[in-house]
Design a protein around this ligand. Structure first.
Ligand SMILES: NC(=O)c1ccc[n+]([C@@H]2O[C@H](COP(=O)([O-])OP(=O)(O)OC[C@H]3O[C@@H](n4cnc5c(N)ncnc54)[C@H](O)[C@@H]3O)[C@@H](O)[C@H]2O)c1
Length: 288
C-alpha cells in the first residue's frame, strides 16, 4: 500500500485504455483521486466517465496532443498475442518508442510499461521450488515476446538517457479467474492488477525496475521481491480454484501440457503460440 513517501501523479495518461487490463486499472486510479486521460484506437461502451482521446499510438502528432498536460503515463496499448513481424514491429515496438519519445518531449517524468512473462518465456521453470527473479534476462518465446524485451530496453534507455522513472511490469496471466493448471502459478487477479499499477506509480525515488505481475499464488514460481520493493501486496491466490483445475474431476484439457511444465511462457513457448484472429490482424493492418 502507499507509503509515507507518496508521490502519486495527479494526471495520468493510459494507452490501451479500452482493453481488459485497463478495466482493472482505471477504477483503482480513480479511487485514489487521480485524473485520467484515456487513449485508445477505439472508445469502449463503458468509458468510466473520464476524458478520452481516440488515437493510434503510431500517429505521433495525435499521440503527443493526447499526452499533453499529463504528468505520468501507463502504456498498455499493443498487440497482446503473437502476430506477424511487421505488425508487431509497428504497433508494439515503434508504438512504445512513440509513447516514450512523446512523453519525454512533453516533460512527463514517470512511465509504467506493460511488459509480459513472454519477454522471458523460454526461461525454464525452476525444478527445486526456487523462484525466477523479477529481472531474469530476456528469453523471448515469440515475436510478441521480442517486442516486450524491446519495450524493457526502451524503458531502460529513457531512464538512463533522459532520467525518466520507468517501471516495467512483466504481467503473467491476467484473467477473471485462473483457467488452467498453469495459471495456478501465473494468475494475476483483476483486483491485484489494479493495485499493482497503482503502486507502480507511487515510489520513493527515480529509477528503472522490472517487476513480475502476479497474484499471491501458493504455486507461484515468480519472485515476489520486486513487487514487495514497490509496496505491492497481492491479496488473491489461485489455489482457491485448484480443485476445479487439477482435482480428480477436472477436465483433461485444463491439465498442464509439456510446455507448461518446462517453460514459464506456457503455450506461448509451444510450437502453436496463440495468435490474433485474421480479423483482428486486418484491423491492425489498417494502421500500417
Ligand atoms: N492480459 C494479460 O494477461 C497480459 C499479460 C501480459 C502482458 N499484457 C500486456 O498488457 C497490455 C494490455 O493487455 P490487455 O489484455 O488489456 O489487451 P487488450 O487487447 O484487451 O487491450 C489492448 C488495447 O490496446 C489498444 N490498441 C492496440 N493497438 C493500438 C494502437 N496502435 N493505438 C492505440 N491503441 C491500440 C486496443 O484497442 C486495446 O483496447 C498489452 O500490452 C499486453 O501485451 C497483458
Amino acid at each position: 500500500m502507499s507509503g509515507p513517501w507518496v508521490q502519486l501523479p495527479q494526471r495520468v495518461a493510459l494507452t490501451g485504455a479500452a482493453g481488459s487490463l485497463a478495466s482493472d486499472i482505471i477504477p483503482a486510479l480513480l479511487a485514489s483521486g487521480m485524473e485520467l486521460r484515456c487513449i485508445d484506437r477505439v472508445r469502449p461502451e463503458r468509458d468510466f466517465d473520464v476524458e478520452w482521446a481516440v488515437c493510434d499510438i503510431t500517429d505521433r502528432p495525435a499521440l503527443s496532443a493526447a499526452l499533453s498536460g499529463c504528468d505520468a503515463v501507463i502504456h498498455l496499448a499493443g498487440i497482446p498475442l503473437e502476430d506477424d513481424w511487421d505488425r508487431i514491429l509497428k504497433v508494439n515496438i515503434d508504438g512504445t518508442q512513440a509513447v516514450l519519445d512523446c512523453a519525454q518531449r512533453l516533460g512527463i517524468t514517470k512511465a509504467v510499461l506493460a511488459s509480459s512473462i513472454h519477454a522471458a518465456g523460454f526461461t525454464p521453470i525452476p525444478a527445486d521450488g526456487a523462484r525466477v527473479p523479477d529481472e531474469t534476462p530476456v528469453r523471448p518465446n515469440t515475436f510478441y515476446g521480442v517486442s516486450k524485451a524491446a519495450l524493457e530496453a526502451l524503458g531502460s534507455y529513457y531512464h538512463d538517457r533522459h532520467g525518466m522513472d520507468i517501471t516495467c511490469l512483466r504481467i503473467a496471466s491476467r484473467f477473471e479467474t485462473p483457467r488452467d493448471a498453469r495459471m495456478l502459478s501465473t494468475w494475476l487477479s483483476p483486483a491485484d492488477a489494479g493495485a499493482l499499477f497503482l503502486q507502480a506509480l507511487d515510489k520513493p525515488s527515480n529509477g528503472y525496475r522490472i517487476v513480475w505481475g502476479v497474484s499471491a499464488n501458493t504455486r507461484s514460481y515468480l519472485s515476489a521481491a520486486g513487487g514487495t520493493a514497490i509496496g505491492y501486496e497481492p491479496q488473491d491466490d489461485a489455489e482457491l480454484w485448484a480443485p476445479d483445475l487439477v482435482g480428480p474431476g477436472a477436465p483433461e484439457t485444463l491439465q498442464a501440457a509439456d510446455w507448461d511444465q518446462q517453460f514459464i511462457g506456457g503455450i506461448f513457448s509451444s510450437p502453436f503460440p496463440p495468435r490474433h484472429t485474421p480479423q483482428q490482424s486486418t484491423e491492425i493492418q489498417e494502421t500500417i
